[in-house]
Each structure stands twice: as C-alpha cells, then as structure tokens.
Design a protein around this ligand. Structure first.
Ligand code: PRP
Ligand code: MN
Ligand code: MG
Length: 180
C-alpha cells in the first residue's frame, strides 16, 4: 500500500494539529448552539471522528452518503444521495464536515439542499481545499489545508475505494491510476 505513494503531504502530526485548531475555533463559534455536525461519507469519516473529539461543547451528529466520483478519478458531475440524513434540519445550525472540496459540486448541492430544508445556518468545515479545480462556487468556513492539484489519497480519501485507511495524506503515484 505505502509503495503506491509518491510522497506524504500531511502526516499524522500535521493532521492532528490542524484538527485541534479547527476544533477550538468551532467550539468558540458553536458554544450553546447545539450544532448538527454532518459527516459526508465516506471520505469525511476519519476527519469527522477526530474533529468532533476536538469540539468541546454540546453537538449532535448525523451521516449522509453521497457520491459523485463513482470509483474512478473523473467526476461525473452528478451528485447522488445514497443514504440521507435521519435528522430534520428545520431551524438547526448545520456544520457540514468534508475531507476535500474539489470541483465543489458535492457541497454546492448539499448547501442548497440543507437551506431548502430550512436549516437556520449551513457552514462547511473541510480538511482540504483544492481551489484550482473548482467548477461551481463553494466557500468553506473552516479549512485545514489548501492543497495543490495532485491526486491525493489517505485519511479517508480514496482511489477506487482503496487507501482510505492510510493514516496520512499522500500523493498517489501516477502509474497507479494510469495503468487501471
Ligand atoms: C469525494 C470527496 C468529496 C467530494 C469532493 O467524495 O470525499 O466528498 O468527492 O469532490 P467535489 O468537490 O468535486 O464534489 P466521493 O464522491 O469520491 O465519495 P467518497 O467520499 O465516498 O469517496
Ligand atoms: Mn466524499
Ligand atoms: Mg471518492
């Protein structure tokens, strides 16, 4: 698995540090608001698990499975809800947790959907932001790292469902996705 990685971009210590900083900021901003913190599966799973442990105030969690890449490296441009939320959003302070904002299609769609469901507020916390590849506008409120346009895997991010379990974020060797 590790031999497929060109280089490590953010190691476990760097991820932990930025997650602690984001958690502290969110704690301040959401104290007393009982936010609904929404994990966008599957990519955001690991970040969500670490982030909520750095948010030191009451909150609730929910999970939504949405996909636009469908296993390949190219975005189809289509956002599909595979598993919807269990929680009504009306009058809730919503914080969406993502691993990465790439074209912006996933979050653009979700922000509109959650506003349509009458959430009181909708904000975004993403570990990674890749502004170079944006196709539709998305403004993340909390960003861990701004990243270059490279194929990133690990810490939740996959290539063809692989590499999500890497404890770090790395750049995938191009030979891996060019030969498949
Ligand atoms: C990836 C990533 C984000 C989204 C970002 O998810 O986890 O959710 O793509 O891309 P976008 O800004 O172009 O929409 P994916 O759809 O691959 O599903 P996954 O989280 O299950 O891997
Ligand atoms: Mn995702
Ligand atoms: Mg994916």
């Amino acid at each position: 698995m590790h031999q497929d990685i060109e280089s490590i971009l953010y190691d476990q210590a760097a991820i932990a540090k930025v997650t602690e900083q984001l958690g502290a900021q969110i704690t301040t901003d959401y104290a007393g608001k009982n936010p609904l913190v929404i994990c966008v599966l599957k990519g955001a799973m690991l970040f969500m698990a670490d982030l909520v442990r750095q948010i030191d105030t009451h909150l609730e969690m929910d999970f939504l499975d949405v996909s636009s890449y469908q296993g390949g490296i190219q975005s189809t441009g289509e956002v599909k809800i595979i598993k919807d939320l269990d929680t009504p959003l009306k009058d809730r302070e919503v914080l969406i947790v993502e691993d990465i904002v790439d074209t912006g299609r996933t979050l653009n769609y979700l922000v509109d959907l959650f506003k349509y469901r009458q959430a009181k507020s909708v904000k975004i916390c993403t570990l990674l932001n890749k502004p170079e590849t944006r196709v539709v506008p998305v403004k993340a409120d909390y960003v861990g790292f701004t990243v270059p346009n490279a194929f990133l895997v690990g810490y939740g991010l996959d290539y063809a469902e692989q590499y999500r379990n890497l404890p770090y974020i790395g750049i995938l060797k191009s030979a891996i996705y060019q030969t498949k």
